[in-house]
Write a protein that binds this ligand. Sequence first.
Ligand SMILES: [Zn+2]
Ligand SMILES: [Zn+2]
Length: 263
Amino acid sequence: MSSIRINGQLYWKTRTPTKNGHIDPLPARKGSMFVDNPSSAQRRRDRRLFERHFDARNVLLGPDVLIVHDRKPWRIVEVRELPLDLWGEEWDTAFADACAYWDRYPNGDRPTKENWRDRPVMLVMRPEGQPTAEPSHFRTRASRHFDVLPEHYAVCRACGELPPCQHEINENDIAAAVNYTEELMAIQPGCCHGCTEPITSRMQAVRFPGPNLWRPDLGENSAVFHARQDCADAVTRYRSQWEAKGHDERQPMLPMEDAGDDA
Ligand SMILES: [Zn+2]
Ligand SMILES: [Zn+2]
């Protein structure tokens, strides 16, 4: 999966296929697949297959592993444990909280500073392609996972970022906005502003009084939507913009007065 936008927020992930990088060995070989001694040859075979599949996707972070950080490739020099007395107040407090939680809900071994899954560790690494650069230090928690890049990976020819680069993201956003505008401009008078299809006299509709916020050229009181589930998202979007303009005299569920053809 690559980057997606949810409610305007961009969740960036490079398009290059990556593996899952982890700092501690994964406790993942558990679950129904991993009862201690599979009783049948088939189960034992299934387990071997799964273990190989699992090992092919997961990488223990260490020197020379290439990871994605801040949308760029970085080469790890070292993963360093922090001296236990130098964690700092914030981490000490978090550790105390984790112990208190365990005391209430014991599960497995009680955490120690040495093996706490969220303990702070130092990632020492360099920007890829700068082998003589002074290594940078990033403090992170040991439970955090990173995207591990293959040695052969793509970067944008124009800006050097991992794909999708910021330019590509901007271009896609603009294309989406243009596409959306074209869809809006295709709405015929009296048609639903959500799905652009006609609203017949038998259909329930939601009409918003006042200037049309999406198609001002259609005139006053012309913003209308089907009152059906398919078009409800558009109504919600329009309503929030409409209310933001200070309107509150909503006229929901009006039957249409100027009926068109029955569908
Ligand atoms: Zn670029
Ligand atoms: Zn509609």
